[in-house]
Write a protein that binds this ligand. Structure first.
Ligand code: HPA
Ligand code: ZN
Length: 332
């Protein structure tokens, strides 16, 4: 099964590029940029990754990102993730980046996006990995700041396929960002939002009805509302679920309690993703493996989850069909 899950062609639709910063690279970049980290070793840093909830994770996560300073740093970060994708047969990716984490500490928007997008271009030419970059707004900041970030993105819209909404869900509901999402939508950008991770099912409903998102990130709390579950299935609204993230942030106390396979069984278009793999203990293959060990994931279920990732990705119809053919050939 381990070989099967690693060899299976996959797509990743919920991945924060800042969340791929492994402790080793964090130390290397800190040294390169003359930054003092509040940890004495990689092991000590890893040991600190014991989170009680989302906010417990977000604090060190934003602090860790401070080692990212130059375009080359953003390139190296993204390239390290792409190497993992290549090793794990991930053939299409839609990474998130959080420009505000960087621009708010004086790093130019251009530095961030140029480094990331150059690595994504190299991923395509060297490994055939296709991608679409999604810019997220930090929901703990104001809508005005999100508008300002959208403004800064204007010269780079050819490199951004959509916008998303991440950071602290509690206290920052989707309604706060209705106007900026309407503007992005009018600009032709695709829309996603984190909802129903720690927050209630209502945040999923509001993301659909008020933000008009094309996909929901996480969404596992939608299971609290049977009518919403029926709607998600009927309207084929995909959820980008992140199993290891959910157990590490105690959304579920144990992987055996995770509801992803129940949602799959009732026709909700769920997908498997890694969220912040450097912080949560694994990339795509490890997330599938965790479902296998805890929930006895079958090969058929793994293939169905992956079919959903290809079908509900933001790739062109042509690329989706190409990926589905590869998956069918793999399954045969
Ligand atoms: N939730 C909200 N914000 C985030 C996450 C997450 O899982 N990961 C990185 N930023
Ligand atoms: Zn996320």
């Amino acid at each position: 099964m381990e070989h099967f899950l690693n060899a299976m062609p996959k797509a990743e639709l919920h991945l924060h590029i800042e969340g791929t910063l492994e402790p080793e690279l964090m130390f290397k970049l800190a040294e390169r940029n003359g930054i003092e980290l509040p940890y004495s070793s990689v092991d000590q840093l890893r040991a600190a990754y014991d989170f009680g909830n989302l906010q417990d994770f977000l604090d060190p996560y934003y602090q860790g990102a401070e080692v990212l300073q130059t375009e080359q740093d953003f390139y190296d970060l993204t390239w390290a993730y792409i190497e993992r994708c290549h090793e794990q047969n991930v053939i299409h990716i839609e990474p998130f980046f959080d420009p505000q984490t960087h621009t708010d500490r004086g790093i130019p928007f251009a530095t961030v996006i140029n480094g990331i997008s150059r690595a994504l271009e190299d991923a395509k030419t060297r490994y055939g990995i296709s991608s679409g970059l999604i810019m997220c707004f930090l929901r703990h900041l104001s809508e005005e700041q999100a508008f300002d970030t959208l403004q800064q993105a204007l010269p780079y819209l050819d490199r951004i396929i959509g916008i998303g909404l991440d950071s602290s869900e509690q206290g920052h509901p989707p309604t706060k960002f209705q106007r900026v999402f309407a503007k992005a939508r009018a600009m032709g950008l695709l829309l996603v939002a984190h909802a129903g991770e720690e927050g209630p099912a209502q945040n999923v409903i509001d993301s659909l009805d008020l933000l008009h998102v094309d996909r929901i990130d996480h969404g596992v709390r939608a299971a609290d509302d049977p009518a919403l579950m029926r709607r998600l299935a009927e309207e084929k609204i995909a959820l980008t679920v992140c199993p290891l993230s959910n157990t590490r942030l105690r959304v579920f106390s144990d992987m055996r309690e995770h509801n992803i396979l129940q949602m799959l069984a009732v026709g909700v278009k769920v997908t498997v993703n890694s969220d912040d793999p450097a912080y949560f203990g694994g990339y795509m293959t490890e997330n599938f493996l965790a479902l296998y060990h805890a929930l006895n994931l079958s090969k058929e279920q793994a293939l169905e989850l992956t079919r959903n990732s290809f079908e509900y990705s933001f790739a062109s119809r042509e690329r989706k069909d190409e990926m589905l053919v590869l998956l069918n050939r793999f399954a045969a």
